[in-house]
Design a protein. Sequence first.
Length: 256
Amino acid sequence: MYRLARPVSRSFLTAGAAFTAISVYSAGPIHFDEAKPTSLRREKLSIYPKPDPDVILVETHSELEKNIGIAREYVTERYKQGQSAIQSGVEKWIGVEHAVEKQIKDLIPSDEPLTPGLLYVGVATLTGSVLGRNRSFPIRFALPPTFLVLSLAHFLPKLSSNISAYLSSLELAYAPGVAAKHAELNKSVAASLKGASESYDSAKHAVGDKMEWARKELATQTGLKLESEGKEKEMASEKALSDVQKRISEEPKRLV
């Protein structure tokens, strides 16, 4: 029995020695410093000075600073908006001024003087105000603009026509319904005036014919020569009318 056990123990010892040798060979050489614990190792000092470590500043903001920044941004934005609104308003006003100036230049005719006509229009308007001073409120309110329109159409006909055309264009652009009714009213008034003028002319001719027939009958019955007298009166009236027209034409020259 003992002879069989001894060879087995030797084989185990041989296998253990071989395993230990293989382990030592694979691990490599063991140095003294590596065998020491990490806390006991000494660092090798460099011959060069170590660079200074970088200092990193981290910016931090307080709540008060954040609120102040938000308020400043809000005020700046509102200021810019107000400035742009004011600038836009100024530009619009300048555009309106240019448009009004251009429109006034278009309304004033170049071949019609304004100096005497505007004076006459102002005097006529004040006359309407004086005449309606002791009247009722509707008459007192309506007389000055009525005298203004009539005097403007009489003394400055081209300016009155331009203003009427401009007002009609505005009415047609912004109130087409009112413009249509206004046009119909103008047509009816023009037709009425035309009919009245024709009636007046026909009545005038009829009265003239009757007067001529009566004059001829009177001349035939009595033998009076009324024809020369009538012609002299007609010539005198024509001369007086021409003198009045001449004075009216010379009046603006004296005022200037």
